[in-house]
Design a protein around this ligand. Structure first.
Ligand SMILES: C[S@@+](CC[C@H](N)C(=O)[O-])C[C@H]1O[C@@H](n2cnc3c(N)ncnc32)[C@H](O)[C@@H]1O
Length: 300
């Protein structure tokens, strides 16, 4: 019996290989999309189109942008990439040039939007944050304890923030921008999670964006922000929430509910930790968690 493959099998495997190659290319080049997004946001293109008040051509954009003359031919490419990703809508202008307008994706990047994700995009895609992804395999092979940020930058994100006021402000603001966005929906769609509570502590609550949104929506609920001391020191004055500085790995203030809003990957781990060590010692305490990267909610 021969071990060869039939013509039909070869054809289907050729199709599969072509699809496989396309998918590998897609994965390898994924950063082209995120970095083009960063570029367009840094250049304030969504705000420029918004201020224009109607679809804007690339020549119109170039008249408002500090793009150097010899790079001008590249701008249409960025606009096409972002249009393909859903950030802009293109239509033909009278002179056959494409004219771009905003979509919901670019609207939530406007500087003055109350739910703007601009700071989150720029913070997450900053070279400081993205460089750590370059060394995952080296980090896995290293005996050094700590996360990838420590491996690349010599200290944890939180330690760096405690030493560098500017970095602390940038970090707090980029996390708050995502929270401002999400909390609007959390209080609207998941209000039942907060019903019947008298006190709530937002663990790792940053500069209090989530706690203020909850306190505004549920005025009878006493909300406390609990975060590292250098973070709560930046909390804006508000009669709505209290602030306590400390580490959740040492203790958490007592309350009817522990609230946690971080990204999905660590939310499960922290929920488990808080449930076991904190809520476990304080029977009746509820644990409410939100993962921002998938906007999911879990509560007991
Ligand atoms: C991903 S951010 C989330 C901030 C906020 N919940 C939000 O969504 O805007 C994680 C927060 O946890 C805080 N944090 C880190 N380690 C901590 C610790 N040991 N105890 C308390 N908070 C901590 C950080 O300072 C940061 O504000």
């Amino acid at each position: 019996m021969t071990m060869g493959i039939s013509t039909a099998e070869a054809a289907s495997s050729a199709d599969e290989m072509l699809l496989a190659q396309t998918q590998v290319f897609h994965h390898v080049m994924a950063h082209v999309g995120s970095m083009s997004l960063k570029c367009v946001v840094e250049l304030d293109i969504p705000d420029i189109i918004h201020a224009h008040g109607r679809p804007m051509t690339v020549s119109g954009l170039l008249s408002k942008l500090p793009v150097s003359y010899n790079k001008a031919p590249f701008l249409p490419r960025f606009m096409r990439i972002l249009t393909q990703m859903g950030y802009f809508k293109a239509q033909k202008a009278r002179d056959e040039e494409d004219a771009y307008s905003l979509t919901p994706l670019s609207t939530i990047l406007l500087k003055n939007s109350p739910i703007s994700l601009r700071a989150w995009v720029l913070g997450t895609l900053s070279s400081h944050m993205t460089v750590t992804w370059q060394f995952l395999s080296a980090w896995l092979q290293s005996e050094m304890p700590g996360c990838t940020h420590e491996f690349e930058h010599g200290k944890s994100l939180w330690d760096l923030a405690s030493e560098n006021h500017e970095f602390n402000s940038m970090l707090n603001e980029f996390m708050a921008s995502d929270t401002r966005f999400l909390m609007k929906y959390v209080v609207e769609k998941c209000g039942e999670a907060f019903e019947g509570l008298r006190t709530l502590v937002d663990v790792g609550g940053g500069t209090g964006t989530a706690a203020r949104a909850i306190a505004e929506a549920f005025p009878r609920l006493k909300c406390t922000v609990y975060d590292l001391p250098h973070v709560v020191a930046c909390l804006p004055e508000s009669p709505l929430v209290d602030a306590i500085g400390g580490s959740m790995f040492e203790s958490v203030p007592e309350a009817d509910a522990v609230f946690l809003k971080v990204n999905l990957s660590i939310c499960f781990f922290l929920m488990l930790f808080l449930n076991t060590y904190i809520v476990g010692n304080n029977q009746g305490c509820k644990c409410i968690g939100y993962g921002s990267d998938m906007a999911f909610a879990i509560y007991n």
